[in-house]
Design a protein around this ligand. Structure first.
Ligand SMILES: Nc1nc2c(c(=O)[nH]1)N[C@H]1C(S)=C(S)[C@@H](COP(=O)(O)O)O[C@H]1N2
Ligand SMILES: [Mo]
Length: 200
């Protein structure tokens, strides 16, 4: 007899994760770096994309919304052990934004800077997946402040400390800049399927 539920098994949770219903909301639920939700007015918000690029970009909210939009359903895994399955994110695919700034041959990494002072970084290779999105909607609604409004990164194959909220700048670099949690003992590679939580 054919094995049952093969698909479900393939969609199993990564090691040592437990599914919960909804994303934790920043603030009393989950203040990981201990600062409040930053107040960002859409009127003033600007996303800068610069560094090792031929054509640096500054986009305001209206301009960002005009970029090619995609939808991507993915699971979200926090290193503390909770996961939220089937999040339907809408936003701009990371690789399509990067194509607009024309990375120089020296560009290998992207560092993300956020309105709360948080930082993280990934290789452009790690960010090249179709499921890597700069999201402004979740399950049909614009993001609220406590889940990263106006725009957050989503990198489903990495623990969620790579999924920067409240992004204000994306800087392409030729050298790795270690992020907030990555210099405090968390893994820089952060592969959820390998249980890769702590730096070695
Ligand atoms: N700017 C910023 N982004 C961040 C963080 C942060 O402290 N600041 N925490 C990370 C961590 S550890 C997690 S689990 C997720 C939480 O996302 P959520 O608030 O949508 O659940 O955001 C990630 N992105
Ligand atoms: Mo987290």
């Amino acid at each position: 007899m054919a094995p049952k539920n093969l698909d479900n098994e393939r969609r199993e949770l990564p090691p040592n994760q437990t599914a919960i219903k909804r994303l934790l909301r920043w603030g009393k639920d989950h203040p990981t770096i201990g600062v409040p939700v930053p107040k960002i007015s859409l009127k003033d918000w600007v996303l800068t994309v610069d560094g090792e690029v031929e054509k640096p970009l500054r986009l305001n909210w209206d301009e960002f919304l005009k970029l090619l939009k995609v939808e991507s359903v993915s699971d979200f895994h926090c290193v503390e052990g909770w996961s939220v399955l089937k999040c339907r994110w809408e936003g701009v695919r990371f690789k399509s934004l990067v194509a607009l700034v024309k990375p120089k041959a020296t560009a290998e990494f992207a560092s993300f800077e956020c309105a709360d002072g948080y930082t993280t970084s990934l290789t452009l290779e790690e960010l090249s997946g179709d499921d890597v999105v700069l999201a402004y909607k979740l399950n049909g609604d614009y993001l609220e402040g406590d889940i990263g409004a106006p725009v957050r990164l989503v990198v489903p194959s990495k623990y969620a400390y790579k999924s920067a909220m409240w992004i204000t700048r994306i800087k392409l670099t030729s050298k790795k800049e270690m992020g907030y949690w990555e210099v405090r003992g968390y893994s820089d590679t952060a592969d959820v399927w390998k249980n890769d939580r702590f730096s070695k």
